[in-house]
Design a protein around this ligand. Structure first.
Ligand code: ADP
Ligand code: MG
Length: 273
């Protein structure tokens, strides 16, 4: 172990929050600060297996920070987040959490797939190479197995005939569909989408939403940050409205989107629709 790892192993990162429940994703009492500014003020949220959760909220409300905390791209200051009862970035000893070494985090992070606003494909790799990079790199599959699986995934997102294309040869919508295939390549327990269509030209939004809709209907557990309220109301089982680092309101799409109880939720909906 490096000195940093040794230090990390001995220094408690933070105390646990309230005990989580038994969902697939359990977020319990999560606080997060950047420097002196706290941006998540005690988020508690359960995502059940197979559930599709739409996470809504104004810019700056902490949606991306929360998604990034779920797969430990961000550390948290208090509370806990588990996937299937497991931490991604921490281990528990007594009632404290200790940050795990990066190598361990990389392995555990494969439980969570993430799709970003700006696709984030490797520009020097073809669509197929983008998809097999993680399974081969992490030695989860042979090159031949990973390639066969990647072709299935490309088929699933409607890009079977684009396997050898580089990102620059693909439209934004096609790139995002490759990014979704890549996120699926390690069979994650949950898939996170951070505004997956907001960087797209309007005419390309539909093809990406259609792929996400298929995933939703196939029982994949999804957490989707989106401003597409119509889409959220159509595919989500559960809608969570976040404002200024707090869950202001949550419930069924009918409740939260059609008859919100909180004035902040209604203001946001008036603004976004
Ligand atoms: P959202 O995704 O809902 O727009 P973010 O999670 O990106 O919100 O941001 C929440 C708050 O945290 C914002 O005030 C933002 O400016 C701040 N923030 C986000 N990332 C950082 C960072 N890396 N350093 C400092 N502040 C950040
Ligand atoms: Mg964001």
């Amino acid at each position: 172990a490096t000195a940093a790892e040794a230090a990390a192993a001995d220094t408690p990162e933070h105390d646990l929050g309230s005990r989580p429940g038994t969902g697939l994703v359990e977020i319990a009492g999560v606080h997060k600060s950047y420097g002196p500014r706290e941006v998540l003020h005690g988020i508690t949220l359960t995502v059940e297996p197979g559930q599709v959760v739409a996470l809504l909220g104004p810019s700056g409300s902490g949606k991306s920070t929360l998604l990034r905390a779920i797969n430990h791209l961000e550390t948290i200051d208090r509370g806990e987040i588990t996937i299937d009862g497991e931490f991604i970035g921490y281990e528990q000893r007594g009632d404290r959490l200790y940050e795990l070494p990066e190598k361990e985090v990389l392995t555990r992070r494969t439980r969570v797939g993430m799709v970003f606003q700006n696709f984030n494909l490797f520009p020097h790799l073809t669509a197929l190479e983008n998809i097999i990079e993680a399974p081969v790199g992490l030695k989860r599959a042979s090159r031949a197995e990973a390639t066969a699986r990647a072709r299935e995934l490309l088929e699933r997102v409607g890009l079977a005939d684009h396997a050898e294309h580089y990102p620059r040869q693909l439209s934004g919508g096609q790139q995002q569909r490759v990014a979704i295939a890549r996120a699926l390549a390690l069979d994650p327990a949950v898939l996170l989408f951070d505004e997956p269509t907001s960087a797209l030209d309007p005419e390309l939004v539909g093809e990406v939403l259609s792929v996400i809709r298929d995933l939703a209907h196939s029982g994949t557990t999804l957490i989707i940050v989106t401003h597409e309220i119509g889409f959220a109301s159509e595919v989500a089982d559960h809608v969570v409205f976040l404002d200024a680092g707090r869950v202001v309101e949550q419930g069924s799409p009918e409740q939260v989107l059609r008859a919100p109880e909180q004035a902040r939720t209604q203001e946001f909906l008036d603004w976004v629709i």
